[in-house]
Design a protein around this ligand. Structure first.
Ligand code: NAP
Ligand code: MG
Length: 506
């Protein structure tokens, strides 16, 4: 035996197992991460935020404010204004005035310059935005720093480029803006969802009234400050904070031309009913219960890493999360074992620690919902496995969890949990896997893992999902359209397709 292979054997002999349940990796005698906290000292935010209307921060008519917590500490971070009907009227009036007086008549290339400026300013303040996103929403700083904020800037860059090229986007047609867009977004990707909404609307000459989610409005208000710094004409972007009623006041406002909503299927259905019979245009980006299909010939280690990314990173707070795993029978035991081993190494805890993989659940309400589903799963007879890591005593944290021994009709398989909870089922043939994957009211995104191109094409074309990733998961790019089938929504955002919902073609 050569020296090299002796050494390799010696390394392999050491068992790969965690030695103590810890929120940090701690392999006895191997290696361990130190704390790597991201300092938040230099980041400024106010104790209280007003509404951003017509280029100014203004107090809400009724003078009411509500608190926003840091879900990792349960401490109050700041408070936001509650916008009521009169405030929405003001915001819509400001947006209409800006649409008529400045934005829709501005030369397209000048509009593009403003949007570029916004993109550049997001890049310049990327660190600040990332820290605030993690403090307000609970997501790991690594995610907000490497995914949310760079992608938000990329969206503004991308749509800035389209502003003066709409004739090429729609050859032979003239693209006219619609007017005022009312936009409502959820809490899982606050700044990124704002970018998905505002960038294409501005590029096509529309003005906007946007409502961020109640629990995560901070980066939207920082974005409002950034619009002022960019010199954006008053009223082009208006940010109104509040709860569901504020959203409803936007949806039902007579002088709004288009509604862009991202959120739950439940609220999406309410909005669709309210819009029926009006001539408002709309796009709905709703919930999901994404399938992730692993074939026997897949590179299993990469697939396992992809599954971890698809459901546990970002606490499973991802509409396109791969929350239902389907593994071909022959490799199921191996995959489950590898998944459990990898789950043991996930670091759950302080969102501001750069080593954290799984941060805080966004709110107490969501935390309770996830725990209810864990109970439902167990009561339905499923076998639950959770990583053994310690979780902080305060704050809303949830252990990465997987369920085996589940059937198609189990609620944990059918309903969107929106947490770090994975169900695992097996299949024998591609047909069976695809059939099971499609057995859901949702159709947002899914993934397939295999060595064979033919299986990628078959599965990719037969699973009814707006996006299908192959041998990867949760990859986004502003040039690529995104949207759902079935109860996952209507319309597309992103890419060239993302311009359509904001224009009338003459
Ligand atoms: P949600 O409860 O539907 O809320 C989304 C937004 O709508 C929030 O700003 C919310 O305000 C507001 N809202 C609530 N009731 C309303 C009403 N009756 N009329 C108008 N607006 C109303 O969803 P969420 O819990 O924040 O977000 C999670 C959901 O979003 C998941 O289902 C997820 O799959 C989906 N999502 C989909 C995509 C996609 O691209 N398809 C992307 C991200 C998330 P409050 O914050 O005050 O409740
Ligand atoms: Mg918060």
């Amino acid at each position: 035996m050569s020296e090299d292979s002796k050494q390799a054997e010696a390394v392999e002999e050491k068992p790969y197992k965690p030695t103590s349940p810890s929120s940090k990796l701690n392999f006895d005698g191997f290696w361990e991460y130190d704390d790597a906290p991201q300092s938040a000292d230099h980041v400024e935010y106010k104790d209280q935020y007003d509404l951003f209307i017509d280029g100014e921060f203004v107090a809400p008519e009724k003078g009411r404010y509500f608190d926003s917590l840091n879900p990792a500490t349960e401490e109050k971070l700041t408070s936001f204004a509650e916008a009521t009907q009169q405030d929405i009227d003001k915001a819509v009036q400001a947006a209409r005035k800006a649409f008529n007086k400045s934005w829709s008549t501005l030369e397209a290339k000048e509009r593009g310059k403003y949007i570029f400026r916004i993109a550049r300013l997001i890049q310049e303040r990327a660190r600040e935005f990332a820290i605030l996103e993690s403090m307000d929403g609970g997501k790991p700083i690594r995610e907000s720093r490497d995914v949310d904020v760079p992608l938000a800037a990329a969206h503004f860059f991308y749509y800035a480029g389209w502003a003066d090229k709409l004739d090429y986007a729609f050859p032979g047609k003239k693209a006219e803006p619609l007017g005022v867009a009312g936009q409502i977004i959820p809490w899982n990707f606050p700044l990124l969802m704002l970018a998905w909404k505002i960038a294409p609307a501005l590029a096509t000459g529309n003005t906007v009234v946007l409502k961020p989610a109640e629990t995560t409005s901070l980066t939207a208000l920082k974005f409002a400050e950034l619009c002022k710094d960019a010199g954006l004409p008053d009223g082009v972007v208006n940010i109104v904070t509040g709860a569901g009623q504020t959203g409803s006041a936007i949806v039902n406002h007579d002088d709004i031309d288009k509604i862009a909503f991202t959120g739950s299927t439940e609220v999406g259905k309410i909005i669709k009913k309210s819009l029926a019979g009006t001539d408002k245009r709309y796009t709905l980006e709703l919930g999901g219960k994404g399938p992730n299909i692993i074939f026997e010939d897949a590179p299993l280690d990469q697939a396992v890493e992809g599954v971890i990314n698809a459901i546990f990173f970002n606490q499973g707070h991802v509409c396109c999360a791969g929350s239902r795993l389907f593994v071909q029978e022959g490799v199921a035991d191996t995959v489950i074992q590898k998944l459990r081993d990898r789950m043991e190494t996930l670091i759950v805890g302080d969102p501001l620690d750069k080593n954290t993989d799984v941060g805080a659940i966004n709110s107490e309400q969501q935390y309770n919902k996830i725990n209810e589903y864990l109970e439902i799963g167990v009561n339905e007879g499923a076998e639950m496995y959770q990583s053994s890591c310690q979780i902080p005593e305060t704050g809303y944290f949830c252990r990465p969890t997987l369920f085996t021994n589940v059937g198609q009709s189990n609620r944990i398989v059918q309903e969107e949990i929106f947490g770090p909870v994975l169900t695992i089922q097996t299949f024998r043939t591609a047909e069976e896997g695809i059939k099971k994957a499609n057995n859901t009211p949702y159709g947002l995104a899914g993934g397939v893992w295999t060595d064979k191109g033919s299986k990628i094409f078959k599965t990719g074309s037969e699973i009814r999902n707006g996006v299908v990733w192959s041998n990867t998961f949760n990859k986004f790019d502003p040039t690529s359209p995104f949207g759902g089938y079935k109860e996952s929504g209507e319309g597309r955002e992103g890419g060239l397709q993302g311009l359509y919902p904001y224009v009338k073609l003459q």
